[in-house]
Design a protein around this ligand. Sequence first.
Ligand SMILES: Cc1ncc(COP(=O)(O)O)c(C=O)c1O
Length: 334
Amino acid sequence: MNLLYALPRVPLAGGPTPLQALPRLSAALGGPTLWCKRDDLTALGGGGNKARKLEYLLAAARADGADTVITFGGAHSNHARMTAVAARMLGLEPILVLTGTPLDPPVGNLLLDHLAGARIEWAPDYGAGRDALVADLKAELARAGRRAAWIPGGGTTPLGAMGYVRAALELRAQCEAEGIRPAAMVCAVGTEGTWRGLRAGAALARWPVAAHGVAVATPAERAGFGVGPPQGFFAEMAALLGTPLDVPPAAIDEDHVGAQYGAVTPAAVAAMALALRTEGLVLDPVYTGKAMAGLAAAVRAGRYGPDDHVVFVHTGGWPGLAPKAAAIAAESAP
Ligand SMILES: Cc1ncc(COP(=O)(O)O)c(C=O)c1O
């Protein structure tokens, strides 16, 4: 027994999202049988992984009596876009604290943030300047008699990661229905919430599947996201679930970041082209293109054999193409 299905949750993601066979991509890579968990198709504001985290985070915000939601991200954050839309759907006011360079006119996620009517505040940095701005915003709202919920960047908290515990259980049921036992689930690793959630879900279900996480940010950049080490995080998840959680340690695949978070790499653009040409999957340059580059490299290196099944967890991110259009076009020119 565990408390997963007793945790307060507002349905935002729809689903179950499809588990799609990828026969043409499998043939093109010449290795294992590949599948795709289509979390790019979650039913919230253009889709993506954050919908699952927000189901829990916004249920908690509502239970706390919040009328406003403040979150943080880069200028082109998928998380910020999905939080803004989800807040609107629940009648909450979205405030986005963003870093980076505002594009004029806005494109991609930033354009959608504008369309969703989110209030946008630009933070000078990821650290003290951001924290001071958020503190000022909270004080301003409190003076106006309003109550704000704070959602950390990426929605990565032990509660938010429950969305991916749920996703792992959903995926396991789909794999059983297909009669397959996958060797691994492959996903992009940013703030680690998706990857940690999948691992916790597999541990909870005693499902022997590896979670192959492909980094999209350098270790130093990831440390800056401020999520904290896994042991304490999994312990908090176990407390929420009301059951011990024995999550085996796992290493992150660090080989596909490029120079830094957000850098457009030739391998990611090649993976984007391959996925689109073989299976009609739209990947993005910042997250899923790099995760697919990691999967393709692992297949080429023989990490997965011809008898294996491997599930690529598509976490969305298509609005991330627009701000990187020039670099993608330059990399994919014939
Ligand atoms: C499209 C997409 N994929 C993957 C990720 C990484 O997820 P996480 O931050 O949970 O590691 C993100 C995070 O912003 C994302 O937007």
